[in-house]
Design a protein around this ligand. Sequence first.
Ligand code: HPA
Length: 277
Amino acid sequence: MSEPTLRALNAEILGDFQPEAVFVLGSGLGALAERVEQAQRRPATLIPGVPGSSIVGHSGELLWGTLAGVRVAVLSGRTHVYEGHSMQSVVRAVRVLLCTGPRLLVLTNAAGAIQRDMKPGELMLLADHLNLSGASPLEGPHDAAHGERFPDMSRVYPAAVRNAVRTVADARGLRLREGVYAMLRGPQYETPAEVRMLRILGADAVGMSTVPEAIVASQMGVPVLGVSMLTNLAAGVSRTPLSHAEVLECARVAGQTLADLLSASLPAALAATRSNA
Ligand code: HPA
């Protein structure tokens, strides 16, 4: 679908509401959605081409309103490649929303901690990522209206935005990690050997999402703030087997901290997108 058609689609759903920031909330991390004021809610599947999410902890809702005085659109729950969807379907809702011209895309996820000194419940800012999915949402026919065929990926997560969030975290005495997020397709969790490989490759956290949306935002020229909730120690780092229930429970408990941080730092993060750093 061409960009003017996508804009018309937005107008149909959002009316004249123009989000300044778009959020995608990961597994069990929906707490932020509860803080959006004057929220209007629709199922995300209202956007043509958006597949429904089948995963517990992903509600698949699109809402919009204000957060800390900023106009936001929020996708609470996302779809994943492991559900059998193509990369293009997985990014569909984000691509449509980014056509409204927001200045920031905020991506959150639950992730496994690879570095040995990390602890479950800690937050990690994404400084960069490893796309180990074997696929790209930009594969296939190219629509020049969305950006370049071969977009630069060296500044997906601008340092100025990260620093703005870090300043707020520091003021709150909140420990914030920073590192590289590796995306694997899943849905099985990693083997200990895979986690050792990821550590050697330079990954600090591992998950099954986020990278597709970040690639699309980058192509469309929208800066990304990525935050991982480290819900568990990755396989082999942890001595106990991993379970989705454990991941969701940690996300639910620590999710309030993430929602606090994101709402408190949103105005500064948005202001930082004006800087070139
Ligand atoms: N691996 C992959 N994805 C995840 C993990 C993990 O350990 N924890 C939460 N999402």
